[in-house]
Design a protein around this ligand. Structure first.
Ligand code: PHE
Length: 456
């Protein structure tokens, strides 16, 4: 245990870790999911609760995950096994790794479908005349109801993900993230500039930030918590797996704060842009998963050079999704390489093929199989809720308890390596008390919500 290097290699330096972890965190969750969830849950209060969860639970849990990963230096499953052993704790804690690896592949199956939609939109904007249509928002319905097209784009995205995963994530990921993340930021700032000219920017600001507690249902609180985990890639081992490749000598506190802030900025800017367009064009705030696809093309159609910018934007969204998707597969793949002795290629295929098949079912659940429901949701929606609202928070809860209560304190102190004692103590309080109680409380409501749902 605690060798200086993982068998999968290490990042070149702290910045590559920050880039890779930001690449994992920033993805469809920020640009596609956050705006529509804010819209469905009434805006302001949801956003504020989400921000509180990111700061008070997400960032402390992220620190814990990186710390555990760097200490264990293996895939999350084996890391958790090893760390439980070295703290004389029950084998049960190894289950955190399993829960996470399974959550990761389940998320990947539907994530790839949405990423396929984004890729298709890049193609439609550049080559397909989408922006010339008179009613751009309604084009989405026609696209998503096409089983062949949506399955093909999903398949292409899965091939892209598995290629990088099979080749080893260091080379590919470090290079692509260094260039693509900044490009995505620039693009978002450009869109933000556009948003201020729509005449509805103020309305978007007040929709996203006006505290309207009357809109805050138990369900919205639960979604906000789940989303805080989803958007930061927490609770399933992605960040733990990346932490295993982190060089020893760096302090973790600043690193995780930078990642959390970058991730939040992207989501907030995306939200401001999308809602400016929604209000300027009289669209529906509660459009759901189709929101991004119904709004952003409208903006590009009104801009000079919109075809190029729009095409580029959706390509960047695809890349952002790509770097996230790679981290979704990594815990399962790394475990197979370590434990079964598979080559990375073989492990990527063994993990990837079932995920691809499940993804096909998700794509079809939006068209020919839309009548098939599980607990009232279509398959895509069901997998999203199961993972985001249950599996990730549960993983986060167990990680917090393990890092705060189970692991030897001397190991924790050494690994976190925070020089500022006061900050370290704040983190300890967060991870021991605030995070577990917060998550347990919201999860309890979630169980209730699901029971009510099933009995309906
Ligand atoms: N954080 C990614 C996003 O926001 C999704 C993700 C979730 C990636 C969990 C890894 C683990 O798009």
């Amino acid at each position: 245990m605690a060798e200086n290097k993982s068998i999968h290699g290490v990042w070149q330096n702290r910045w590559t870790f920050i880039l890779a972890a930001t690449g994992s965190a920033v993805g469809l969750g920020n640009i596609w999911k956050f705006p529509y969830m804010a819209g469905e849950n009434g805006g302001g209060a949801f956003v504020l609760i989400y921000l509180v969860f990111v700061a008070a639970i997400g960032i402390p849990v992220m620190l814990a995950e990186v710390m555990l990963g760097r200490r264990g230096r293996q895939s999350p499953i084996n890391t958790m096994k090893t760390l439980a052993k070295s703290s004389d704790a029950s084998k049960f804690w190894g289950g955190i790794g399993w829960l996470g690896a399974i959550a990761g592949v389940l998320i990947l199956s539907f994530y790839s479908v949405i990423a396929g939609w984004a890729m298709a939109y890049a193609g439609k904007i550049i080559g397909g005349g989408l922006l010339d249509q008179t009613d751009i928002p309604s084009q989405f319905g026609a696209f998503v109801s096409d089983p062949v097209e949506t399955v093909l784009w999903h398949s292409l995205f899965m091939v892209m993900v598995l290629t990088v995963v099979a080749g080893g994530i260091h080379k590919g990921l470090e290079k692509s993230v260094q260039f693509l993340m900044p490009a995505l930021f620039v693009m978002l700032i450009l869109l933000l500039g556009y948003a201020t000219t729509t005449g509805s920017f103020g309305e978007a600001v007040s929709f996203l930030f006006k505290f309207n507690p009357e809109a805050l249902t138990a369900d919205a609180v639960l979604s906000a918590l789940g989303h805080a985990f989803f958007t930061l890639s927490l609770g399933m081992g992605a960040i733990m797996a990346y932490g295993a490749y982190m060089p020893k000598e760096h302090s973790l506190g600043k690193t995780v704060v930078i990642i959390g802030v970058l991730d939040t900025l992207v989501a907030v800017v995306a939200g401001l842009v999308i809602f400016s367009i929604v209000f300027a064009n009289g669209l529906d705030t509660a459009a759901g998963p189709s929101l991004m696809f119904k709004t952003l093309p409208v903006a590009f159609s009104q801009m000079p050079g919109g075809i190029v910018l729009g095409g580029m934007f959706f390509i960047l969204v695809t890349f952002a999704a790509w770097t996230s998707a790679i981290s979704l597969a990594e815990p399962a793949v790394a475990w197979m390489v370590e434990t079964a002795g598979f080559s990375r290629i073989k492990a990527a295929l063994v993990v990837g093929i079932p995920v691809w098949l499940l993804g096909i079912a998700c794509a079809l659940s939006q068209n020919i199989w839309s009548d098939v429901t599980i607990l009232g949701s279509d398959l895509l929606d069901f997998l999203d809720k199961l993972t985001t609202n249950i599996m990730l928070p549960l993983g986060g809860l167990l990680i917090a308890i393990f890092a705060g209560w189970i692991m030897r304190r001397s190991h924790v102190v050494k690994e976190v390596a925070m020089k500022n004692f006061a900050l370290f103590n704040i983190w300890i309080v967060m991870i021991r008390i605030v995070a577990p109680i917060g998550i347990a409380f919201v999860m309890y409501n979630s169980i209730e919500a699901w029971l009510v749902f099933i009995n309906k």
